[in-house]
Design a protein around this ligand. Structure first.
Ligand SMILES: C[S@@+](CC[C@H](N)C(=O)[O-])C[C@H]1O[C@@H](n2cnc3c(N)ncnc32)[C@H](O)[C@@H]1O
Length: 244
């Protein structure tokens, strides 16, 4: 049996391994209150992610070889620097040129300064404004002109209404064969008290928005192989592959 086939079969089996799945679920649940996801950085910038999702993004970026990555939700800039550094590696390996477009409603001046001074800034463009503001969406649509392989990551306001509006605006920009990744779908699987004072929670979050969007968008399918592989992920049902 080929190595790839073995990996695929193991991932399928892991995805049905109830003990493994419940252990992963318990880890995520227990790690939320101590704010585990705030402990990491990428090339010096804080990134608010679980490391497993970063590995999945690395695999997707290599597979898709995007010439544009659109990200909503910048915070300290770690995920932008991550994506830009992957594109830089891609360039040195394959010559494929790519850039990252980050959108945030509030790019704090110290974060902007640190991002702009970073060596990876050469592959980054920043837009300040709400990701669902039609004027901001129009700016993004302008930027995708001429791009052939677009990957989208949604990680801003995590309410159902906001993410559904982001999906309507940005998912159609995803190229066929590429992904629209919706982070923090895990909120739906966690107890309400872990969302603390946030306007989102179980029943009103990125996963409910994904499910709503997919009802009328058969051009996307949830790539379950990614969550079955990661097991520890903040994006269960959030890795959406554009298939047509
Ligand atoms: C979870 S953080 C992003 C983390 C980042 N992607 C990372 O991995 O390090 C969420 C960000 O979304 C931004 N945000 C909240 N509402 C927004 C909106 N309506 N439009 C764009 N960004 C928004 C916040 O300002 C915050 O910086």
């Amino acid at each position: 049996m080929s190595f790839e086939k073995e990996v695929k079969e193991r991932i399928d089996a892991n995805g049905q391994n109830e003990l493994l799945k419940s252990s992963a679920h318990e880890f995520i649940k227990t790690s939320l209150a101590p704010e585990y996801s705030y402990n990491f950085s990428w090339l010096g910038r804080p990134i608010i992610q679980y490391p497993q999702d970063m590995i999945a993004m690395q695999e997707l970026i290599w597979e898709v070889k995007p010439d544009l990555i659109i990200e909503t939700g910048i915070a300290h800039g770690g995920s932008l620097i991550f994506s830009a550094s992957m594109l830089e590696l891609l360039y040195s390996c394959t010559g494929s040129e790519g850039e990252v477009l980050g959108i945030d409603i509030d790019i704090r001046s110290h974060n902007r300064k640190a991002i702009e001074e970073h060596p990876m800034y050469k592959r980054i463009n920043l837009i300040q404004g709400s990701s669902i503001d039609p004027e901001i969406v129009a700016q993004v649509v302008e930027k995708i002109k001429g791009k052939k392989r677009v990957l989208v990551c949604l990680d801003s306001n995590h309410t159902h209404e906001h993410v559904l509006a982001e999906l309507k605006a940005y998912a159609p920009l995803t190229s066929i064969g590429s992904y629209c990744v919706v982070f923090d779908t895990i909120v739906d699987d966690m107890p309400k008290e872990l969302s603390r004072d946030r306007p989102w929670g179980p029943g009103d979050n990125p996963k409910t928005a994904v499910w709503e969007y997919l009802k009328t968008h058969p051009e996307f399918k949830i790539d379950k192989s990614i969550q079955n592989k990661l097991l520890i992920t903040v994006a269960p049902d959030g890795y959406l592959k554009r298939i047509k």
